[in-house]
Write a protein that binds this ligand. Structure first.
Ligand code: P1T
Length: 380
């Protein structure tokens, strides 16, 4: 089955044996009757399993080309489950440019529990080995990175992970499996904030994991069940519905992203424009190698390079909405330094490029001409 067919049918065979409904019913139930203790029809209690969630989990596994999918109540709940694989004394190497909430979870929760994190630039994967020692257990990669759109070579990092017997997890939220399939490139775990492109309509908060290895899947399933941060049936339904149009939306996100990126680059009031599709993007070759398109996420700074200049632009926007999040059909603009990345200390933020004049765009699927006209009037 090819990707565009998988988004609609992947893992959805015989989804409703009772009535043949084309979409899975929303099993809004906490529990399931048993004829005798243990005599159930595959589900006992909705924390450990729910048919609607199970339909989503099979879809996630299918679109990421993996064997096992798990759906969580948020992207961070999915990351939290991965981190619970480890114990005090273990070390994790992470990209230094990453979603502020992931950084906050790593440093404010798991560092306190004794896990040590190294945040490093991974565009040159050769530097990673300097941080590996006998306690290292996981390499955490976000690519493209949030919000500077750096691209990390997943295949190269996976070779290092394999050589040292480490797990490699890739946050595939920005690219989605439409553009990039980390398991095929050697990753062990793919993670999603399904809140974003997978859901696609800014109406649900959810997360997902996909793995190939059965033992790893069983460990993660145990954590999901034991900790309980599951995706509810209604939310599972919404993400599943979103996935069915993922390929159509991503195609338009990529087209609009390219048009908007080129416009921004031609605007004399702007300085840097970060988008991996530019031929002179420092990691463009890797992007071309491991992605089938460059997506609709773009960040830029103003020539004036002040907080005020960025604030004026985001306040002037009319079609773009100033809001956290990304990946929905509607275009959003964000100010990472004060919004999504405020939990990263200012000096650390600035070092990776998240300066006060940085604006991040999630380019939606509207008419590109309207988006460009909106940016033009807002930038002035
Ligand atoms: O918001 P949640 O579903 O818990 O997902 C967290 C998350 C994880 N990984 C990446 C790359 C993300 O971008 C996010 C959430 N990000 C935003 C809310 C944002 O505006 O960047």
């Amino acid at each position: 089955m090819k990707f565009n067919t998988k988004t609609i049918h992947g893992g959805q065979e015989n989804i409703d044996p009772a009535y043949g409904s084309v979409m899975p019913p929303i099993y809004q139930t906490s529990t399931y009757s048993q004829s005798t203790p243990g005599g159930h029809k595959g589900f006992e209690y909705s924390r450990s399993g729910n048919p609607t969630r199970s339909a989503l989990e099979k879809s996630l596994a299918s679109i990421e080309n993996g064997n096992f999918g798990l759906a969580f109540g948020s992207g961070l709940a999915a990351i939290d489950a991965i981190l619970k694989l480890f114990k005090s004394g273990d070390e994790i190497i992470s990209t230094n440019d990453l979603y502020g909430g992931s950084y906050r979870l790593f440093t404010r929760i798991f560092e306190g529990l004794g896990i040590k994190f190294h945040f490093i630039g991974m565009q040159d994967s050769g530097g990673i080995e300097d941080y590996i020692n006998e306690n290292t257990k996981l390499i955490w990669v976000e690519t493209p990175t949030n919000p500077i759109m750096r691209i990390i070579d997943i295949e190269a990092v996976s070779k290092i992970a394999r050589k040292h017997d480490l797990l490699l997890a890739v946050d595939n939220t920005f690219a989605t499996p439409y553009l990039q399939q980390p398991l095929a490139l050697g990753a062990d775990i793919v993670m999603h904030s399904a809140t974003k492109y997978l859901g696609g309509h800014s109406d649900v908060v959810a997360g997902g994991l996909v793995v190939n290895d059965k033992v790893l899947a069983e460990k993660l399933y145990f954590i999901q069940k034991a900790s309980g941060a599951i995706c509810g049936p209604q939310d599972s339904f919404l993400v599943l519905r979103g996935i069915k149009t993922l390929h159509l939306r991503m195609q338009r996100h990529c087209e609009n992203g390219e048009a908007v990126a080129n416009f921004l680059r031609s605007n004399p009031k702007l300085d840097k424009v970060y988008w991996p599709g530019f031929e002179d993007h420092p990691n463009h070759d890797i992007a071309k190698k491991q992605m089938s398109g460059f997506g609709g996420m773009i960040s830029f700074t103003t020539k004036e390079n002040t907080l005020e200049s960025a604030t004026t632009i985001v306040e002037n926007l009319k079609v773009f909405t100033l809001a956290e999040s990304l990946g929905g059909v509607e275009s959003l603009a964000g100010h990472p330094a004060s919004m999504t990345h405020a939990s990263i200390p200012k000096e650390k933020r600035a070092k990776t490029g998240v300066v006060d004049s940085l604006i991040r765009l999630s380019v939606g699927v509207e008419d590109a001409e309207d988006l460009i006209a909106d940016l033009k009037q807002a930038i002035g």
